[in-house]
Write a protein that binds this ligand. Structure first.
Ligand code: 2AM
Length: 181
């Protein structure tokens, strides 16, 4: 079909406490003379589960249906503990992450990947590395250590629209699925 497209991705957004901690980290990184770069605004801090890209109205409907199939299988929320800050030189981002992603998180990502592939979407083939971008265009010589783990209480996941404006990225939830519990 023709018509307007939107750029979308599946993601989780931190609860207030986790957002505050990560926004604090971004501010500290911003002030670190060994890194530099542009920090992610507090409201924009998130974890992408699956990046989709541009879709039209039909594609959007298909995504919602795929999400609904998984959304209804919720068995309660889970905690996601972030315990490291790292730097990717190739794209100059500083991100928060963990090497011990909870099974519930990787299961959710796999379920989404499977549902989207089955629905005909072409997805990223690289293995999933959970990363929460805190800084862009950074050039860290030394990456500061995470002072203490961030405990993110994951209770829902969502499909989000991404728009680029003169004021930076604007993310708007299109639909939310509760993990229940
Ligand atoms: P980033 O933080 O590493 O830039 C909205 O743009 C979200 O989708 C961000 O989390 C971004 O990751 C991710 N994203 C953007 N383009 C992408 C792509 N081509 N492949 C995978 N993820 C992408």
């Amino acid at each position: 079909s023709t018509g307007k497209t939107v750029r979308v991705f599946f993601a989780i957004w931190p609860d207030n406490a986790a957002q505050e901690q990560m926004a604090g980290l971004a501010t500290r990184l911003r002030l670190d003379p060994l890194c530099g770069g542009r920090k992610t605004k507090g409201d924009n801090i998130h974890l992408t589960l699956v990046f989709v890209g541009e879709v039209d109205a039909v594609g959007l409907q298909t995504l919602l249906e795929a999400g609904n199939k998984i959304g209804n299988a919720g068995t309660g929320g889970f905690d996601f503990v972030i315990d490291a800050i790292r730097y990717w030189k190739h794209n100059q981002i500083v991100y928060a992450t963990t090497d011990k992603a909870p099974q519930r998180l990787t299961d959710l990502v796999s379920a989404l990947q499977g549902a989207l592939s089955a629905a005909g979407f072409f997805l990223e083939q690289r293995p999933y590395i959970p990363h929460i971008t805190l800084m862009k265009r950074a050039s860290c010589r030394i990456v500061p250590k995470l002072p203490e783990p961030v405990v993110w209480r994951v209770r829902e996941w969502m499909l989000v629209k991404s728009e680029q404006t003169s004021d930076g990225s604007v993310y708007t939830p299109i639909h939310r699925w509760s993990l229940g519990g």
